[in-house]
Design a protein around this ligand. Structure first.
Ligand code: DGT
Ligand code: CA
Ligand code: CA
Length: 571
Protein backbone atom coordinates (compact mmCIF):
# COMPACT_ATOMS: atom_id res chain seq x y z
CA UNK A 1 0.00 0.00 0.00
CA UNK A 2 1.18 3.53 -0.46
CA UNK A 3 3.14 4.47 -3.55
CA UNK A 4 1.63 3.54 -6.91
CA UNK A 5 3.34 3.39 -10.25
CA UNK A 6 1.71 6.62 -11.35
CA UNK A 7 3.27 8.38 -8.32
CA UNK A 8 6.71 7.12 -9.30
CA UNK A 9 6.09 8.20 -12.89
CA UNK A 10 4.90 11.65 -11.78
CA UNK A 11 8.04 12.07 -9.65
CA UNK A 12 10.29 11.10 -12.57
CA UNK A 13 8.45 13.43 -14.92
CA UNK A 14 8.80 16.24 -12.43
CA UNK A 15 12.53 15.58 -12.07
CA UNK A 16 12.84 15.60 -15.88
CA UNK A 17 11.00 18.92 -16.09
CA UNK A 18 13.07 20.49 -13.34
CA UNK A 19 16.34 19.21 -14.80
CA UNK A 20 15.36 20.60 -18.17
CA UNK A 21 14.64 24.02 -16.69
CA UNK A 22 18.03 23.80 -15.01
CA UNK A 23 19.55 23.11 -18.42
CA UNK A 24 20.90 19.74 -17.37
CA UNK A 25 22.33 16.98 -19.55
CA UNK A 26 19.67 15.95 -22.11
CA UNK A 27 20.54 12.26 -21.77
CA UNK A 28 19.76 12.30 -18.08
CA UNK A 29 16.50 14.12 -18.75
CA UNK A 30 15.53 11.63 -21.42
CA UNK A 31 16.32 8.74 -19.10
CA UNK A 32 13.85 10.09 -16.53
CA UNK A 33 11.16 10.72 -19.14
CA UNK A 34 11.58 7.28 -20.58
CA UNK A 35 11.47 5.72 -17.12
CA UNK A 36 8.31 7.69 -16.32
CA UNK A 37 6.65 6.39 -19.47
CA UNK A 38 7.66 2.81 -18.74
CA UNK A 39 6.62 2.92 -15.10
CA UNK A 40 3.28 4.58 -15.85
CA UNK A 41 2.25 1.78 -18.17
CA UNK A 42 3.70 -1.11 -16.20
CA UNK A 43 0.84 -3.49 -15.51
CA UNK A 44 2.34 -4.68 -12.19
CA UNK A 45 2.66 -2.48 -9.14
CA UNK A 46 6.31 -1.74 -8.37
CA UNK A 47 5.50 -1.80 -4.67
CA UNK A 48 4.51 -5.44 -5.00
CA UNK A 49 7.76 -6.41 -6.69
CA UNK A 50 10.92 -7.34 -4.89
CA UNK A 51 13.02 -4.23 -4.75
CA UNK A 52 16.02 -2.86 -6.56
CA UNK A 53 17.23 -5.94 -8.39
CA UNK A 54 13.84 -6.56 -9.94
CA UNK A 55 13.41 -2.89 -10.89
CA UNK A 56 16.86 -2.87 -12.41
CA UNK A 57 15.80 -5.74 -14.64
CA UNK A 58 13.00 -3.66 -16.21
CA UNK A 59 14.31 -2.47 -19.56
CA UNK A 60 14.83 1.29 -19.38
CA UNK A 61 15.33 1.33 -15.61
CA UNK A 62 19.00 1.41 -14.63
CA UNK A 63 20.63 0.94 -11.26
CA UNK A 64 20.30 4.58 -10.24
CA UNK A 65 16.60 4.80 -11.10
CA UNK A 66 15.98 1.46 -9.40
CA UNK A 67 17.43 2.92 -6.19
CA UNK A 68 15.22 5.97 -6.53
CA UNK A 69 12.16 3.78 -6.87
CA UNK A 70 13.13 1.93 -3.69
CA UNK A 71 13.65 5.22 -1.87
CA UNK A 72 10.27 6.54 -2.96
CA UNK A 73 8.43 3.35 -2.11
CA UNK A 74 10.15 2.91 1.26
CA UNK A 75 10.10 6.51 2.48
CA UNK A 76 7.45 8.22 0.34
CA UNK A 77 10.06 10.84 -0.52
CA UNK A 78 12.79 11.46 -3.04
CA UNK A 79 15.75 13.54 -1.91
CA UNK A 80 16.88 14.34 -5.43
CA UNK A 81 13.45 15.76 -6.23
CA UNK A 82 13.31 17.80 -3.04
CA UNK A 83 16.71 19.33 -3.79
CA UNK A 84 15.53 20.30 -7.26
CA UNK A 85 12.30 21.76 -5.94
CA UNK A 86 14.30 24.12 -3.77
CA UNK A 87 15.87 25.51 -6.94
CA UNK A 88 12.81 25.47 -9.17
CA UNK A 89 9.51 25.92 -7.33
CA UNK A 90 6.37 24.08 -8.50
CA UNK A 91 4.76 27.30 -9.77
CA UNK A 92 7.70 27.78 -12.11
CA UNK A 93 7.34 24.24 -13.38
CA UNK A 94 3.70 24.95 -14.17
CA UNK A 95 4.86 27.56 -16.67
CA UNK A 96 5.94 24.65 -18.86
CA UNK A 97 2.28 23.93 -19.51
CA UNK A 98 1.76 27.28 -21.26
CA UNK A 99 1.86 27.42 -25.06
CA UNK A 100 5.30 28.05 -26.48
CA UNK A 101 7.07 27.78 -23.15
CA UNK A 102 9.70 25.07 -23.19
CA UNK A 103 12.49 24.71 -20.64
CA UNK A 104 14.84 27.07 -22.49
CA UNK A 105 12.33 29.89 -22.47
CA UNK A 106 11.31 29.28 -18.87
CA UNK A 107 14.97 29.44 -17.90
CA UNK A 108 15.35 32.71 -19.78
CA UNK A 109 12.28 34.14 -18.03
CA UNK A 110 13.72 33.14 -14.66
CA UNK A 111 17.19 34.47 -15.20
CA UNK A 112 16.42 37.63 -17.15
CA UNK A 113 13.08 38.76 -15.73
CA UNK A 114 12.94 36.90 -12.40
CA UNK A 115 9.63 35.43 -13.56
CA UNK A 116 8.84 32.44 -11.34
CA UNK A 117 5.08 31.97 -11.75
CA UNK A 118 2.03 32.97 -13.78
CA UNK A 119 1.49 36.21 -11.90
CA UNK A 120 5.07 37.31 -12.56
CA UNK A 121 4.58 36.45 -16.21
CA UNK A 122 1.35 38.42 -16.49
CA UNK A 123 3.03 41.42 -14.92
CA UNK A 124 6.05 41.12 -17.21
CA UNK A 125 3.78 41.05 -20.24
CA UNK A 126 1.71 43.99 -18.97
CA UNK A 127 4.87 46.01 -18.35
CA UNK A 128 6.12 45.23 -21.86
CA UNK A 129 9.24 43.56 -20.49
CA UNK A 130 8.76 40.25 -22.30
CA UNK A 131 9.89 41.56 -25.68
CA UNK A 132 13.25 42.48 -24.20
CA UNK A 133 14.05 38.78 -23.82
CA UNK A 134 15.67 37.02 -26.74
CA UNK A 135 13.33 34.54 -28.41
CA UNK A 136 10.04 36.11 -27.31
CA UNK A 137 8.45 37.51 -30.46
CA UNK A 138 5.01 39.06 -30.84
CA UNK A 139 3.48 35.69 -31.79
CA UNK A 140 4.41 33.85 -28.65
CA UNK A 141 3.56 36.85 -26.51
CA UNK A 142 -0.01 37.00 -27.83
CA UNK A 143 -0.44 33.23 -27.42
CA UNK A 144 0.74 33.49 -23.82
CA UNK A 145 -1.61 36.38 -23.14
CA UNK A 146 -4.53 34.41 -24.53
CA UNK A 147 -3.66 31.33 -22.46
CA UNK A 148 -3.22 33.34 -19.26
CA UNK A 149 -6.53 35.12 -19.87
CA UNK A 150 -8.31 31.77 -20.31
CA UNK A 151 -7.05 30.78 -16.85
CA UNK A 152 -6.27 27.41 -18.44
CA UNK A 153 -8.83 24.67 -18.13
CA UNK A 154 -6.74 22.16 -16.10
CA UNK A 155 -9.91 20.15 -16.46
CA UNK A 156 -8.86 17.68 -13.80
CA UNK A 157 -9.85 14.51 -15.63
CA UNK A 158 -7.50 11.63 -15.14
CA UNK A 159 -6.55 8.89 -17.58
CA UNK A 160 -8.60 5.86 -16.68
CA UNK A 161 -5.49 3.71 -16.46
CA UNK A 162 -4.02 6.05 -13.85
CA UNK A 163 -7.28 6.11 -11.89
CA UNK A 164 -7.26 2.30 -12.07
CA UNK A 165 -3.99 2.18 -10.14
CA UNK A 166 -5.88 3.75 -7.25
CA UNK A 167 -9.28 2.21 -7.86
CA UNK A 168 -8.16 -1.42 -7.81
CA UNK A 169 -6.44 -1.38 -4.39
CA UNK A 170 -9.23 0.75 -2.92
CA UNK A 171 -11.76 -1.77 -4.11
CA UNK A 172 -9.73 -4.66 -2.70
CA UNK A 173 -9.37 -2.86 0.63
CA UNK A 174 -13.08 -2.17 0.98
CA UNK A 175 -13.96 -5.70 -0.14
CA UNK A 176 -11.76 -7.13 2.61
CA UNK A 177 -13.66 -5.35 5.38
CA UNK A 178 -15.94 -7.35 7.70
CA UNK A 179 -19.60 -7.33 6.67
CA UNK A 180 -18.88 -6.16 3.13
CA UNK A 181 -20.21 -8.54 0.47
CA UNK A 182 -19.55 -6.59 -2.71
CA UNK A 183 -17.74 -3.49 -3.95
CA UNK A 184 -18.12 -1.90 -7.38
CA UNK A 185 -16.50 1.15 -8.91
CA UNK A 186 -19.40 2.68 -10.82
CA UNK A 187 -19.54 5.97 -12.79
CA UNK A 188 -17.53 6.73 -15.89
CA UNK A 189 -14.90 4.26 -14.69
CA UNK A 190 -17.29 1.36 -15.09
CA UNK A 191 -18.53 2.71 -18.40
CA UNK A 192 -14.93 2.40 -19.55
CA UNK A 193 -14.41 6.04 -20.45
CA UNK A 194 -10.85 6.96 -21.39
CA UNK A 195 -10.76 9.58 -18.64
CA UNK A 196 -12.58 9.84 -15.33
CA UNK A 197 -13.56 12.88 -13.29
CA UNK A 198 -13.89 11.03 -10.00
CA UNK A 199 -14.51 7.55 -8.62
CA UNK A 200 -17.99 6.49 -7.54
CA UNK A 201 -17.67 3.53 -5.22
CA UNK A 202 -20.55 1.36 -4.05
CA UNK A 203 -20.18 -0.89 -1.04
CA UNK A 204 -22.77 -3.52 -0.29
CA UNK A 205 -22.77 -4.04 3.46
CA UNK A 206 -25.11 -5.48 6.02
CA UNK A 207 -26.36 -3.81 9.18
CA UNK A 208 -23.64 -3.26 11.74
CA UNK A 209 -20.80 -3.15 9.23
CA UNK A 210 -18.81 0.09 9.38
CA UNK A 211 -16.93 0.40 6.09
CA UNK A 212 -16.89 4.22 6.18
CA UNK A 213 -15.03 4.21 9.47
CA UNK A 214 -12.45 1.89 7.99
CA UNK A 215 -12.20 4.17 4.97
CA UNK A 216 -10.65 6.82 7.22
CA UNK A 217 -7.78 4.46 7.91
CA UNK A 218 -7.08 3.91 4.23
CA UNK A 219 -3.45 4.72 3.45
CA UNK A 220 -4.10 6.25 0.01
CA UNK A 221 -6.59 8.73 1.39
CA UNK A 222 -5.36 12.30 1.78
CA UNK A 223 -8.47 13.71 3.39
CA UNK A 224 -12.16 13.08 4.02
CA UNK A 225 -14.16 16.05 2.80
CA UNK A 226 -17.62 14.90 3.84
CA UNK A 227 -18.97 12.00 5.79
CA UNK A 228 -22.40 10.79 6.79
CA UNK A 229 -24.10 7.56 7.78
CA UNK A 230 -24.12 5.99 4.30
CA UNK A 231 -21.90 8.25 2.25
CA UNK A 232 -18.41 9.69 2.44
CA UNK A 233 -16.31 11.74 0.06
CA UNK A 234 -12.58 12.06 0.12
CA UNK A 235 -9.51 12.92 -1.89
CA UNK A 236 -6.90 10.31 -2.68
CA UNK A 237 -3.20 11.09 -2.54
CA UNK A 238 -3.01 11.80 -6.26
CA UNK A 239 -5.82 14.34 -6.02
CA UNK A 240 -8.55 12.03 -7.31
CA UNK A 241 -11.93 12.51 -5.64
CA UNK A 242 -13.82 9.44 -4.40
CA UNK A 243 -17.47 9.21 -3.42
CA UNK A 244 -18.21 6.09 -1.41
CA UNK A 245 -21.76 4.96 -0.75
CA UNK A 246 -22.93 2.11 1.43
CA UNK A 247 -25.94 0.35 -0.02
CA UNK A 248 -28.07 -2.51 1.28
CA UNK A 249 -28.40 -5.66 -0.78
CA UNK A 250 -32.00 -5.10 -1.89
CA UNK A 251 -31.02 -1.77 -3.49
CA UNK A 252 -27.60 -2.68 -4.79
CA UNK A 253 -28.62 -3.20 -8.41
CA UNK A 254 -30.60 0.03 -8.55
CA UNK A 255 -27.73 1.95 -6.97
CA UNK A 256 -25.25 0.36 -9.33
CA UNK A 257 -27.46 1.32 -12.25
CA UNK A 258 -27.96 4.87 -10.99
CA UNK A 259 -24.32 5.60 -10.16
CA UNK A 260 -22.98 3.92 -13.27
CA UNK A 261 -24.94 6.44 -15.30
CA UNK A 262 -24.51 8.10 -17.56
CA UNK A 263 -26.81 10.83 -16.45
CA UNK A 264 -28.49 10.87 -19.88
CA UNK A 265 -29.02 7.13 -19.74
CA UNK A 266 -30.57 7.51 -16.28
CA UNK A 267 -32.90 10.27 -17.35
CA UNK A 268 -34.16 8.07 -20.19
CA UNK A 269 -34.69 4.95 -18.06
CA UNK A 270 -36.37 6.95 -15.33
CA UNK A 271 -38.80 8.35 -17.92
CA UNK A 272 -39.60 4.80 -19.03
CA UNK A 273 -40.40 3.91 -15.43
CA UNK A 274 -42.65 6.94 -15.12
CA UNK A 275 -44.53 5.94 -18.27
CA UNK A 276 -45.43 2.71 -16.45
CA UNK A 277 -46.52 4.67 -13.40
CA UNK A 278 -43.42 3.57 -11.47
CA UNK A 279 -40.53 5.38 -9.88
CA UNK A 280 -36.88 4.54 -10.51
CA UNK A 281 -34.21 5.82 -8.14
CA UNK A 282 -30.95 4.67 -6.61
CA UNK A 283 -33.05 2.82 -4.01
CA UNK A 284 -34.97 0.67 -6.46
CA UNK A 285 -37.80 0.49 -8.95
CA UNK A 286 -41.08 1.12 -7.11
CA UNK A 287 -44.77 0.81 -7.79
CA UNK A 288 -46.03 3.06 -5.00
CA UNK A 289 -44.41 1.56 -1.92
CA UNK A 290 -43.91 -1.88 -3.44
CA UNK A 291 -40.42 -2.61 -4.76
CA UNK A 292 -40.66 -4.02 -8.28
CA UNK A 293 -36.91 -4.52 -8.86
CA UNK A 294 -33.52 -3.30 -7.69
CA UNK A 295 -31.48 -6.03 -6.03
CA UNK A 296 -29.67 -6.56 -9.34
CA UNK A 297 -29.20 -4.38 -12.41
CA UNK A 298 -30.61 -7.18 -14.53
CA UNK A 299 -33.87 -7.02 -12.57
CA UNK A 300 -34.18 -3.28 -13.26
CA UNK A 301 -33.68 -3.65 -16.99
CA UNK A 302 -35.96 -6.69 -17.17
CA UNK A 303 -38.79 -4.89 -15.37
CA UNK A 304 -38.49 -2.03 -17.87
CA UNK A 305 -38.73 -4.48 -20.77
CA UNK A 306 -35.08 -4.07 -21.73
CA UNK A 307 -32.25 -6.46 -22.43
CA UNK A 308 -29.26 -5.99 -20.13
CA UNK A 309 -27.22 -3.04 -21.42
CA UNK A 310 -23.43 -3.31 -21.01
CA UNK A 311 -22.07 -0.30 -19.06
CA UNK A 312 -19.92 0.86 -21.99
CA UNK A 313 -23.05 1.60 -24.03
CA UNK A 314 -24.92 3.60 -21.40
CA UNK A 315 -24.69 7.05 -22.95
CA UNK A 316 -28.23 7.33 -24.36
CA UNK A 317 -26.93 7.01 -27.88
CA UNK A 318 -29.60 4.58 -29.00
CA UNK A 319 -28.77 1.70 -26.67
CA UNK A 320 -32.11 1.88 -24.85
CA UNK A 321 -34.11 1.66 -28.09
CA UNK A 322 -31.88 -1.21 -29.23
CA UNK A 323 -32.34 -3.03 -25.90
CA UNK A 324 -36.11 -2.67 -26.23
CA UNK A 325 -35.96 -4.40 -29.64
CA UNK A 326 -33.51 -6.96 -28.26
CA UNK A 327 -31.09 -5.72 -30.92
CA UNK A 328 -28.04 -4.68 -28.92
CA UNK A 329 -24.73 -5.33 -30.66
CA UNK A 330 -22.79 -8.33 -29.45
CA UNK A 331 -19.83 -6.31 -28.20
CA UNK A 332 -16.31 -7.47 -28.87
CA UNK A 333 -14.37 -9.09 -25.99
CA UNK A 334 -10.68 -9.41 -25.32
CA UNK A 335 -10.81 -13.15 -26.03
CA UNK A 336 -11.99 -12.39 -29.58
CA UNK A 337 -8.61 -10.89 -30.45
CA UNK A 338 -6.28 -13.33 -32.17
CA UNK A 339 -3.45 -10.93 -32.91
CA UNK A 340 -2.04 -7.45 -32.67
CA UNK A 341 -1.03 -5.46 -35.75
CA UNK A 342 1.05 -2.73 -34.12
CA UNK A 343 4.00 -3.78 -31.95
CA UNK A 344 7.51 -2.34 -31.49
CA UNK A 345 10.82 -3.90 -30.55
CA UNK A 346 14.16 -2.55 -29.42
CA UNK A 347 15.13 -2.28 -33.07
CA UNK A 348 13.44 1.15 -32.93
CA UNK A 349 12.12 2.77 -29.76
CA UNK A 350 10.77 -0.34 -28.01
CA UNK A 351 12.32 -1.85 -24.89
CA UNK A 352 12.25 -5.58 -25.62
CA UNK A 353 13.85 -7.67 -28.36
CA UNK A 354 11.76 -9.53 -30.93
CA UNK A 355 11.91 -12.87 -29.06
CA UNK A 356 10.60 -11.32 -25.87
CA UNK A 357 7.74 -9.60 -27.67
CA UNK A 358 6.78 -12.96 -29.17
CA UNK A 359 6.87 -14.67 -25.77
CA UNK A 360 4.76 -11.88 -24.28
CA UNK A 361 2.23 -12.19 -27.09
CA UNK A 362 2.01 -15.93 -26.55
CA UNK A 363 1.45 -15.31 -22.85
CA UNK A 364 -1.41 -12.99 -23.87
CA UNK A 365 -2.89 -15.92 -25.84
CA UNK A 366 -2.38 -14.22 -29.18
CA UNK A 367 -1.48 -16.28 -32.23
CA UNK A 368 0.17 -13.54 -34.28
CA UNK A 369 1.72 -10.08 -33.99
CA UNK A 370 2.95 -7.65 -36.59
CA UNK A 371 6.30 -6.09 -35.81
CA UNK A 372 5.92 -2.47 -36.88
CA UNK A 373 9.04 -0.65 -35.83
CA UNK A 374 9.43 2.97 -36.85
CA UNK A 375 10.87 3.62 -40.26
CA UNK A 376 13.70 6.07 -40.39
CA UNK A 377 12.67 9.68 -40.53
CA UNK A 378 13.80 12.98 -39.12
CA UNK A 379 13.10 13.10 -35.41
CA UNK A 380 12.46 9.36 -35.08
CA UNK A 381 15.03 7.84 -32.76
CA UNK A 382 16.61 4.62 -34.09
CA UNK A 383 14.19 4.47 -37.03
CA UNK A 384 14.91 1.66 -39.51
CA UNK A 385 16.10 2.44 -43.03
CA UNK A 386 15.34 0.09 -45.94
CA UNK A 387 18.50 -1.89 -45.22
CA UNK A 388 17.81 -2.51 -41.52
CA UNK A 389 14.16 -3.23 -42.29
CA UNK A 390 15.22 -5.94 -44.75
CA UNK A 391 17.51 -7.48 -42.13
CA UNK A 392 14.71 -7.45 -39.57
CA UNK A 393 12.47 -9.17 -42.12
CA UNK A 394 15.12 -11.89 -42.53
CA UNK A 395 15.27 -12.34 -38.77
CA UNK A 396 11.48 -12.64 -38.63
CA UNK A 397 11.44 -15.23 -41.41
CA UNK A 398 14.05 -17.24 -39.51
CA UNK A 399 12.23 -17.01 -36.19
CA UNK A 400 8.91 -17.95 -37.81
CA UNK A 401 10.54 -21.22 -38.92
CA UNK A 402 11.00 -22.18 -35.27
CA UNK A 403 7.52 -21.22 -34.03
CA UNK A 404 4.50 -23.52 -33.80
CA UNK A 405 1.01 -22.05 -33.83
CA UNK A 406 2.32 -18.52 -33.82
CA UNK A 407 3.17 -16.16 -36.66
CA UNK A 408 5.18 -12.98 -36.73
CA UNK A 409 4.02 -10.64 -39.46
CA UNK A 410 6.53 -8.30 -41.04
CA UNK A 411 5.62 -4.66 -40.81
CA UNK A 412 6.68 -1.09 -40.25
CA UNK A 413 5.23 2.10 -38.86
CA UNK A 414 5.90 4.71 -41.50
CA UNK A 415 5.54 8.45 -41.07
CA UNK A 416 3.13 10.34 -43.24
CA UNK A 417 5.18 13.34 -44.34
CA UNK A 418 3.76 16.81 -44.50
CA UNK A 419 2.90 16.45 -48.19
CA UNK A 420 1.36 12.98 -47.85
CA UNK A 421 4.41 11.08 -49.04
CA UNK A 422 5.62 8.19 -46.90
CA UNK A 423 8.98 8.21 -45.15
CA UNK A 424 10.06 5.04 -47.03
CA UNK A 425 9.75 4.28 -50.77
CA UNK A 426 7.20 1.68 -51.94
CA UNK A 427 9.99 -0.73 -52.87
CA UNK A 428 11.19 -0.93 -49.27
CA UNK A 429 7.66 -1.84 -48.14
CA UNK A 430 6.99 -4.47 -50.80
CA UNK A 431 8.02 -7.42 -48.64
CA UNK A 432 5.97 -6.40 -45.62
CA UNK A 433 2.62 -7.83 -44.54
CA UNK A 434 1.47 -4.76 -42.63
CA UNK A 435 2.32 -1.13 -43.25
CA UNK A 436 1.06 1.09 -40.47
CA UNK A 437 1.05 4.73 -41.52
CA UNK A 438 0.70 7.61 -39.10
CA UNK A 439 1.03 11.34 -38.60
CA UNK A 440 3.81 12.20 -36.17
CA UNK A 441 4.35 15.89 -36.83
CA UNK A 442 2.67 18.98 -38.30
CA UNK A 443 -0.38 18.39 -36.13
CA UNK A 444 -1.66 21.90 -36.68
CA UNK A 445 -2.23 21.93 -40.44
CA UNK A 446 -5.58 23.36 -41.51
CA UNK A 447 -8.34 20.76 -41.90
CA UNK A 448 -8.27 20.55 -45.69
CA UNK A 449 -4.50 20.12 -45.88
CA UNK A 450 -4.40 17.62 -43.02
CA UNK A 451 -7.14 15.58 -44.70
CA UNK A 452 -5.50 15.72 -48.12
CA UNK A 453 -2.18 14.69 -46.60
CA UNK A 454 -3.68 11.57 -45.03
CA UNK A 455 -5.74 10.67 -48.09
CA UNK A 456 -2.61 10.85 -50.24
CA UNK A 457 -0.74 8.54 -47.89
CA UNK A 458 -3.63 6.06 -47.95
CA UNK A 459 -3.38 5.93 -51.75
CA UNK A 460 0.07 4.42 -51.56
CA UNK A 461 -0.11 0.79 -52.63
CA UNK A 462 1.23 -0.78 -49.44
CA UNK A 463 -0.37 1.48 -46.82
CA UNK A 464 -2.78 -0.71 -44.87
CA UNK A 465 -3.50 0.63 -41.39
CA UNK A 466 -3.98 4.26 -40.39
CA UNK A 467 -2.51 4.31 -36.88
CA UNK A 468 -3.56 6.52 -33.94
CA UNK A 469 -5.83 8.52 -36.23
CA UNK A 470 -6.22 11.91 -34.48
CA UNK A 471 -2.89 12.12 -32.73
CA UNK A 472 -4.27 13.40 -29.44
CA UNK A 473 -2.45 12.66 -26.22
CA UNK A 474 -4.81 12.86 -23.27
CA UNK A 475 -4.09 16.00 -21.25
CA UNK A 476 -1.11 16.86 -23.47
CA UNK A 477 -2.02 17.33 -27.10
CA UNK A 478 -5.29 18.14 -28.83
CA UNK A 479 -6.38 15.97 -31.76
CA UNK A 480 -5.45 17.21 -35.21
CA UNK A 481 -8.31 18.52 -37.28
CA UNK A 482 -9.34 16.54 -40.36
CA UNK A 483 -12.42 15.41 -42.23
CA UNK A 484 -12.97 11.96 -40.79
CA UNK A 485 -15.83 11.13 -43.14
CA UNK A 486 -13.50 11.35 -46.11
CA UNK A 487 -10.84 9.38 -44.31
CA UNK A 488 -13.30 6.65 -43.29
CA UNK A 489 -14.47 6.31 -46.90
CA UNK A 490 -10.91 6.13 -48.20
CA UNK A 491 -9.95 3.45 -45.69
CA UNK A 492 -13.02 1.39 -46.54
CA UNK A 493 -12.64 1.69 -50.30
CA UNK A 494 -9.01 0.67 -50.12
CA UNK A 495 -9.78 -2.30 -47.91
CA UNK A 496 -7.52 -1.02 -45.16
CA UNK A 497 -8.02 -0.59 -41.44
CA UNK A 498 -8.48 2.24 -39.03
CA UNK A 499 -6.61 1.68 -35.79
CA UNK A 500 -8.04 1.86 -32.29
CA UNK A 501 -4.80 2.55 -30.45
CA UNK A 502 -4.87 1.13 -26.92
CA UNK A 503 -2.07 3.18 -25.38
CA UNK A 504 -3.76 4.66 -22.29
CA UNK A 505 -2.69 8.21 -23.16
CA UNK A 506 -3.82 7.86 -26.78
CA UNK A 507 -7.14 6.01 -27.26
CA UNK A 508 -7.38 8.78 -29.79
CA UNK A 509 -10.15 7.42 -31.91
CA UNK A 510 -12.98 8.48 -29.61
CA UNK A 511 -16.00 6.30 -28.93
CA UNK A 512 -18.25 8.39 -31.16
CA UNK A 513 -15.74 8.36 -34.03
CA UNK A 514 -15.43 4.60 -33.69
CA UNK A 515 -19.21 4.26 -33.84
CA UNK A 516 -19.37 6.50 -36.90
CA UNK A 517 -16.58 4.52 -38.60
CA UNK A 518 -18.27 1.19 -37.96
CA UNK A 519 -21.59 2.53 -39.25
CA UNK A 520 -19.79 3.53 -42.45
CA UNK A 521 -18.48 0.00 -42.84
CA UNK A 522 -14.87 0.72 -41.92
CA UNK A 523 -12.79 -2.20 -40.69
CA UNK A 524 -10.81 -1.64 -37.48
CA UNK A 525 -7.50 -2.84 -36.10
CA UNK A 526 -7.43 -2.95 -32.28
CA UNK A 527 -3.79 -2.45 -31.36
CA UNK A 528 -1.58 -2.24 -28.30
CA UNK A 529 1.17 -0.14 -29.93
CA UNK A 530 3.26 -1.96 -27.31
CA UNK A 531 6.80 -0.71 -26.74
CA UNK A 532 7.50 -3.54 -24.28
CA UNK A 533 6.09 -6.99 -23.63
CA UNK A 534 4.03 -5.74 -20.69
CA UNK A 535 2.32 -3.17 -22.84
CA UNK A 536 0.51 -5.79 -24.88
CA UNK A 537 -1.98 -5.38 -22.04
CA UNK A 538 -2.91 -2.10 -23.77
CA UNK A 539 -5.22 -4.29 -25.83
CA UNK A 540 -7.63 -4.18 -22.87
CA UNK A 541 -7.91 -0.42 -23.30
CA UNK A 542 -8.50 -0.75 -27.03
CA UNK A 543 -11.26 -3.26 -26.32
CA UNK A 544 -12.91 -0.93 -23.81
CA UNK A 545 -12.85 1.99 -26.22
CA UNK A 546 -14.13 -0.20 -29.07
CA UNK A 547 -17.00 -1.50 -26.93
CA UNK A 548 -17.96 2.09 -26.21
CA UNK A 549 -18.08 2.51 -30.00
CA UNK A 550 -20.53 -0.41 -30.44
CA UNK A 551 -17.91 -2.63 -32.06
CA UNK A 552 -18.51 -6.34 -32.65
CA UNK A 553 -15.89 -8.91 -33.56
CA UNK A 554 -16.98 -8.73 -37.18
CA UNK A 555 -15.81 -5.11 -37.40
CA UNK A 556 -12.26 -5.98 -36.39
CA UNK A 557 -9.58 -7.46 -38.64
CA UNK A 558 -7.43 -8.89 -35.86
CA UNK A 559 -10.20 -11.19 -34.69
CA UNK A 560 -9.54 -13.14 -37.93
CA UNK A 561 -7.00 -15.94 -38.35
CA UNK A 562 -3.58 -14.88 -39.58
CA UNK A 563 -3.99 -16.30 -43.10
CA UNK A 564 -7.07 -14.18 -43.65
CA UNK A 565 -5.37 -11.09 -42.22
CA UNK A 566 -2.47 -11.58 -44.60
CA UNK A 567 -4.63 -11.93 -47.65
CA UNK A 568 -6.85 -8.98 -46.71
CA UNK A 569 -3.84 -6.72 -46.23
CA UNK A 570 -2.12 -8.00 -49.36
CA UNK A 571 -5.04 -7.44 -51.68
P1 DGT B 1 -17.11 11.68 -14.36
O1 DGT B 1 -16.99 11.42 -12.91
O2 DGT B 1 -17.16 13.12 -14.70
O3 DGT B 1 -16.05 10.99 -15.16
O4 DGT B 1 -18.51 11.09 -14.91
P2 DGT B 1 -19.58 10.20 -14.15
O5 DGT B 1 -20.51 9.69 -15.19
O6 DGT B 1 -18.92 9.21 -13.28
O7 DGT B 1 -20.41 11.27 -13.33
P3 DGT B 1 -20.54 11.57 -11.78
O8 DGT B 1 -19.38 11.09 -11.00
O9 DGT B 1 -20.85 13.02 -11.68
O10 DGT B 1 -21.84 10.80 -11.35
C1 DGT B 1 -21.89 9.39 -11.31
C2 DGT B 1 -23.20 8.92 -11.86
O11 DGT B 1 -24.27 9.35 -11.00
C3 DGT B 1 -23.56 9.49 -13.21
O12 DGT B 1 -22.96 8.78 -14.26
C4 DGT B 1 -25.04 9.34 -13.21
C5 DGT B 1 -25.41 9.59 -11.78
N1 DGT B 1 -25.85 10.97 -11.63
C6 DGT B 1 -25.12 11.99 -11.14
N2 DGT B 1 -25.87 13.13 -11.14
C7 DGT B 1 -27.06 12.80 -11.66
C8 DGT B 1 -28.26 13.53 -11.92
O13 DGT B 1 -28.38 14.73 -11.69
N3 DGT B 1 -29.32 12.84 -12.45
C9 DGT B 1 -29.23 11.51 -12.72
N4 DGT B 1 -30.27 10.89 -13.25
N5 DGT B 1 -28.12 10.80 -12.49
C10 DGT B 1 -27.05 11.44 -11.96
CA1 CA C 1 -17.48 9.68 -11.57
CA1 CA D 1 -19.08 11.31 -8.47
Amino acid sequence: MGIHNSDVADAFDEIADLLSIEGENPFRIRAYRRAARIVRSLPRELAEMHGASEYDAIPGIGEDLAKKIVELIDTGRLKALETLRRKVPPQTRELLGLPGLGPVRVRALMSELKVANRRDLEQAIAAGRLKTVHGFGAGIQSRLEAALARREPANGRLQRSVAAQYAKPLRAYLASLPGVSRVEIAGSYRRGRDTVGDLDVLVCAGRGAKPLEALREYADLREISASGATKASGILRNGLQVDVRVVPQRSFGAALHYFTGSKDHNVHTRRMAQERGWKLSEYGLFDGKRQVAGATEESVYRALGLAFIPPELREDRGEIEAAARNALPELIERTDLKGDLHVHTDASDGMDPLERMVAAAQAQKLSYIAITDHAKHLGIVHGLDAERLARQADAIDALNETLRGFTILKGAEVDILEDGQLALPDAALERLDVVVVAVHDHFDLPESRQTRRILRALERPRASVLAHPSGRLIGEREPYVCDFRKIFDAVRERGGCLEVNGQPSRLDLTDSLIKAAVERGVRLSLASDAHSGDQLANLDGAIRQARRGWVTRRNVLNTRPVAEVRSVLRS
